[in-house]
Write a protein that binds this ligand. Structure first.
Ligand code: AMP
Length: 221
C-alpha cells in the first residue's frame, strides 16, 4: 500500500486515537498523537514539556508555534513513511503550517477524516476513558474495556485516568474544540480533502468505514 498521509479530526472522545492505532496496525502507517507526544514531553520535563504543561492541564490549546515545530519535526523523522496524525492540526494556523510543510516536502495530505459523534456521547466516553501509562493505548471501561481491569492488553502496563479527563477540564477542552478546531472541517472541505465517518458506532464498525476510505485512497495512487 502506498504511503498514505492522513489527519484524524474530531472532538475529544470521538475515538480517533483508537482508530489511528488500528489504521497504523492494519496499514503500517505511523500513528502520531500530538497529545501523547506532549504528555511524554511533560513527563520528561523537557523544554517543550515545560512550555506545554499548564495548557494541557487546564484543557487549553498549546500555542501554535510550539506544537507546529514539534509535529513538523516528527514528519522529518518518518523519512517519507505514511502517517496518521491524531490531534494535529487543531487550529487553522496549524493546518496552514502543516499544508505548507508537507508541500515543501513534496508529500501532500491525502485526506482529513472527521469523526462525527453526538455531544451527549462525548462526556460519557471521556468519563469512562482510561489510558495505559506505558504505551498510551486507550480503553473505555464501558464500551471497550481491557481484558484485566487494571492492565493494558497490548503491553501489560498499568492503566489510569488522564488528569484532563475530569469534568471541569473536559468542558474547557470541548470549548477549545468548538471554537478553534471545528473550523478545520470547512478548511479541509474547501480543499476537497474532507472525509467523514459516523463515530457514534462500535469501534469495529467505525474501523471498517476507516479501512474502506484508506483502501480507496491507497488504490487511487
Ligand atoms: P489529546 O490527547 O489530543 O486530547 O490532547 C491533550 C491536550 O494536549 C489538549 O487538551 C491540548 O492541551 C494539547 N494538545 C494536543 N494537541 C494539540 C494541538 N494540535 N494544538 C494545541 N494543543 C494540543
Amino acid at each position: 500500500m502506498a504511503a498514505v498521509r492522513l489527519v484524524f479530526l474530531g472532538p475529544p472522545g470521538s475515538g480517533k486515537g483508537t482508530q489511528a492505532r488500528r489504521a497504523s496496525e492494519r496499514f503500517g502507517l505511523i500513528a502520531i498523537s500530538s497529545g501523547e507526544v506532549l504528555r511524554g514531553e511533560i513527563r520528561r520535563a523537557t523544554e517543550i514539556g515545560q512550555q506545554a504543561r499548564s495548557y494541557v492541564e487546564s484543557g487549553a490549546l498549546v500555542p501554535d508555534e510550539v506544537i507546529t515545530a514539534m509535529m513538523l519535526g516528527a514528519i522529518d523523522s518518518l523519512h517519507g513513511a505514511g502517517f496518521v496524525f491524531d490531534g494535529f492540526p487543531r487550529t487553522v494556523p496549524q493546518a496552514e503550517a502543516l499544508e505548507a510543510g508537507l508541500g515543501e516536502r513534496g508529500a501532500p495530505l491525502d485526506a482529513a477524516i472527521d469523526f462525527r459523534v453526538d455531544d451527549g456521547q462525548i462526556i460519557a466516553r471521556l468519563a469512562d476513558r482510561r489510558v495505559c501509562k506505558d504505551c498510551g493505548a486507550t480503553y473505555n471501561m464501558r464500551f471497550l474495556p481491557p481484558r484485566r481491569a487494571d492492565r493494558c492488553d497490548a503491553c501489560g502496563g498499568e492503566i489510569e485516568q488522564r488528569s484532563d479527563d475530569r469534568a471541569d477540564v473536559i468542558a474547557r477542552r470541548l470549548e477549545a474544540y468548538r471554537s478553534q478546531t471545528a473550523p478545520l472541517i470547512e478548511f479541509y472541505s474547501d480543499r476537497s480533502q474532507l472525509r467523514c465517518v459516523d463515530a457514534d458506532r462500535s469501534a469495529a464498525e467505525v474501523e471498517s468505514s476507516v479501512t474502506a476510505i484508506v483502501e480507496e485512497l491507497g488504490a487511487g495512487r
